[in-house]
Design a protein around this ligand. Structure first.
Ligand SMILES: [Zn+2]
Length: 286
C-alpha cells in the first residue's frame, strides 16, 4: 500500500538523542534503535496531522466488526478487571484510548465510577451514544483533569501509538491519587521480528505507521520510574481471542505457553515477543 504523507525526522522520544541505528523496515517505514537508551521507535514518522486523521479510521466501523473486536479483547479486560479489584474493590477509573468503551463497561458493571479519553470521533459516539459512557475527546494531556483525582488509570494497546509517551506517563502520574495505579497493556514485537528475520520470513508485525514505538518491559519500567512511579509489577496478563483461526491458534499457543512459563518461574520469566501488562503504583502501597 502506498500512503502519501508528510513525514518528520525526530530525536529519540525518550532521551532526545539524535543518532539512530536502523533496525527493521516495513514497506517505506523504518524502525530504529536509539544507541543511547535503546528505545525502538519509528523514524521518520508521519506528521501529527496525518496521525490525527489516521485514528479517525483506525478502529472497526460496522456493528459486526465492533462486536468481534469486543470478543477478541474480552479475556484481557476481564483479567485486568480482576487484577485491579485484587488491589482496590471500587473507586474512580479513567481508561485512556478507550475505543468503544468496553473496558469501562466491565468496570462499571463491577461498581466503579468510570470515564474515558478517546480521539476517534466514531468511537466516542458509540461509547457515549450506545453505551451511555462519559468520554472526553483526547489526547489526555489536553483534557487537564485535576491532580490526585483517579484511583486507577488504564491504557490498553495505547502507549505504542503515542508521539510523546513520556508526556503521557507524566500526566498519568499527576492525575493519579497517591496509592493509585496505572495499568498498561502493550505489545512487544521486536523479539519476533528478530526471529523472523533470521528465517527470512516477511511480515508487517509492527503495524507501521500505526505503532510509533515498541516497548520492552525493561524500557517501560525505566520510563515509569523516571516520571515518579515507585513500584512496577510485570505480567503476561492473558491473551486476545482474534476472530480468524490462524491468529486465534497462535495467540492461544503463545499466550498459554508464556503464562505457564511465567507461573513456573514464580513470576520472573516474561516470554519475549508476546503482549504484556504492567501495573505501576504512585507513592507507597496501601
Ligand atoms: Zn534514546
Amino acid at each position: 500500500m502506498r500512503i502519501d504523507m508528510e513525514t518528520e525526522e525526530i530525536p529519540c522520544p525518550i532521551c532526545e538523542n539524535t543518532e539512530k541505528d536502523p533496525l527493521h523496515r516495513e514497506g517505506s517505514f523504518q524502525m530504529v534503535r536509539c544507541p543511547s537508551c535503546q528505545f525502538i521507535y519509528l523514524n521518520p514518522r508521519p506528521a501529527h496531522e496525518f496521525l490525527l486523521n489516521f485514528y479517525q479510521h483506525y478502529l472497526p466501523e460496522d456493528g459486526y466488526l465492533i462486536q468481534s473486536w469486543e470478543r477478541m479483547m474480552r479475556p484481557i479486560f476481564t483479567r485486568a478487571a480482576r487484577l485491579i479489584q485484587q488491589r482496590k474493590r471500587q473507586g474512580r477509573l479513567l481508561d485512556v484510548g478507550t475505543g468503544f468503551g468496553f473496558f469501562l463497561m466491565e468496570m462499571r458493571k463491577r461498581g466503579w465510577d468510570v470515564m474515558g479519553v478517546e480521539i476517534s470521533q466514531k468511537a466516542i459516539d458509540y461509547a457515549k451514544g450506545v453505551l451511555g459512557l462519559t468520554i472526553y475527546p483526547g489526547p489526555l494531556e489536553e483534557v487537564v483533569f485535576p491532580e490526585n483525582h483517579f484511583d486507577v488509570v488504564s491504557g490498553f494497546y495505547l502507549i505504542e501509538h503515542l508521539s510523546d509517551p513520556m508526556a503521557f506517563l507524566k500526566e498519568c502520574h499527576r492525575i493519579l491519587k497517591s496509592g493509585g495505579f496505572l495499568l498498561l497493556r502493550y505489545p512487544h514485537t521486536t523479539p519476533i521480528k528478530n526471529l523472523l528475520r533470521l528465517f527470512g520470513i516477511p511480515n508487517r508485525l509492527y503495524d507501521l505507521p500505526a505503532h510509533l514505538s515498541d516497548f520492552s518491559p525493561e524500557m517501560i519500567q525505566r520510563c515509569l520510574e523516571r516520571v515518579g512511579f515507585e513500584r512496577c509489577w510485570h505480567m503476561i496478563g492473558g491473551h486476545t481471542v482474534p476472530a480468524d483461526w490462524t491468529s486465534r491458534i497462535a495467540s492461544s499457543v503463545f499466550g498459554n505457553l508464556s503464562e505457564s512459563l511465567f507461573f513456573l518461574s514464580t513470576g520472573k520469566f516474561l516470554f519475549p515477543g508476546v503482549s504484556k501488562t504492567v501495573l505501576a503504583v504512585k507513592g507507597s502501597c496501601e
